[in-house]
Design a protein around this ligand. Structure first.
Ligand code: ADP
Ligand code: MG
Length: 251
C-alpha cells in the first residue's frame, strides 16, 4: 500500500522556494492501480519522485506498506518519463540492472528474464543498445526491467506517452497482462483520459498552481478490454474531461 499524507514539496527557484505540491493526500490500496492525471506542470513527476525516494526534502508523510520510503531496503520499480534506460548499456544489461543493484540472484532470474522478453516481443534484441530500438521497444525494455524486479510497488511516469496511438493501446494491454499476475501496487501517471480509465481502479485528478490532488474517483471500468469500447466508457471519459476542464486544466 502507498500512503501519501499532507505532502508538500517546494523547489528552489533562483533562491526562492516555489511550491510544486501542496498538501497532497492519496492512498493506493494494496494490489491496485491508481492513475494520476493532471495538466503539465501540476507536480505529477514530483509526486512520483517523492514516492520513489528520489526527492527527500518534503513536508508530510509518505509510507509504503506502513514504513517510510527507503529505496535501499525496498524494491521500488520506477519507470521515469523517458524510460530510464542507460544508453551505454545493452538492452540485456538494462533489463537485469534493477535486479543486479538489488543483489537479486535467484536461480530462475535468467529464465524469467528470457520469458519476459519473449512475452514482450523483445527477445533477440538483448545485445543492442537502447538507441537502436524504436520507442515502443524501449518501452518494452523498461517494462521488462520493472517486472523482472518483482517490485513491492511500481511507479510509472507517463509510460506510454511517447508512443503512437496504436502502439500505446498495445502497450496498455501488455502492461495489464503482466500486472494481472502479481497485482503490484502501482501508481501510473498519464495525461490521457482513456488510459486512466482503462488502467486505473482509482483515478486521482490533480490541478496546478500549486499542485494538488482535487479528487480521487473509483473506476469500475478499469482493466476490461470489453468495457473499453462500450458507451459507458466514453460517457465516463466525457465526465472525467468535464471535471478536468472545471478544474481549469486541459486533457
Ligand atoms: P508534471 O510532471 O506534472 O509536468 P513536475 O513535477 O515535473 O510536473 O513539475 C512541477 C513543477 O515543479 C513545475 O512547475 C516545474 O517547473 C517545477 N520543477 C520540477 N522539477 C524541478 C526542479 N528540479 N527544480 C525546480 N523546479 C522544478
Ligand atoms: Mg512529468
Amino acid at each position: 500500500m502507498i500512503e501519501v499524507e499532507h505532502l508538500s514539496v517546494g523547489y528552489d527557484a533562483d533562491g526562492r522556494e516555489q511550491s510544486a505540491l501542496h498538501d497532497v493526500s492519496l492512498t493506493v490500496p494494496q494490489g491496485t492501480v491508481c492513475a494520476v492525471i493532471g495538466p503539465s506542470g501540476c507536480g505529477k513527476s514530483t509526486l512520483m519522485k517523492v514516492v520513489a525516494g528520489l526527492i527527500r526534502k518534503f513536508q508530510g508523510t509518505v509510507r509504503i506498506d506502513g514504513c517510510p520510503v527507503n529505496p535501499q531496503e525496498m524494491k521500488i520499480g520506477f519507470m521515469p518519463q523517458n524510460y530510464g534506460l542507460l544508453p551505454w548499456k545493452t538492452v540485456g544489461e538494462n533489463i537485469y540492472l534493477g535486479c543486479r543493484i538489488k543483489g537479486e540472484e535467484s536461480a530462475d532470474l535468467e529464465a524469467r528474464g528470457q520469458a519476459l522478453c519473449q512475452r514482450l516481443g523483445i527477445a533477440g534484441l538483448e545485445k543492442r543498445f537502447p538507441h537502436e530500438l524504436s520507442g515502443g521497444q524501449q518501452q518494452r525494455v523498461g517494462l521488462a526491467r520493472a517486472f523482472l524486479l518483482r517490485p513491492d510497488i511500481l511507479l510509472m511516469d507517463e509510460p506510454f506517452s511517447a508512443l503512437d496511438a496504436i502502439t500505446r493501446e498495445e502497450m496498455q494491454e501488455v502492461f495489464l497482462d503482466l500486472w494481472q499476475e502479481n497485482h503490484i501496487t502501482t501508481m501510473l501517471v498519464t495525461h490521457y483520459v482513456e488510459e486512466a480509465l482503462y488502467l486505473g481502479q482509482q483515478i486521482a485528478l490533480m490541478s496546478a498552481h500549486p499542485g494538488s490532488v482535487q479528487e480521487v474517483m473509483d473506476n469500475p471500468l478499469a482493466g476490461s478490454a470489453e468495457e473499453r469500447h462500450k458507451p459507458e466508457f466514453f460517457a465516463m471519459g466525457q465526465r472525467l474531461r468535464e471535471k478536468i476542464r472545471e478544474m481549469g486544466a486541459e486533457a
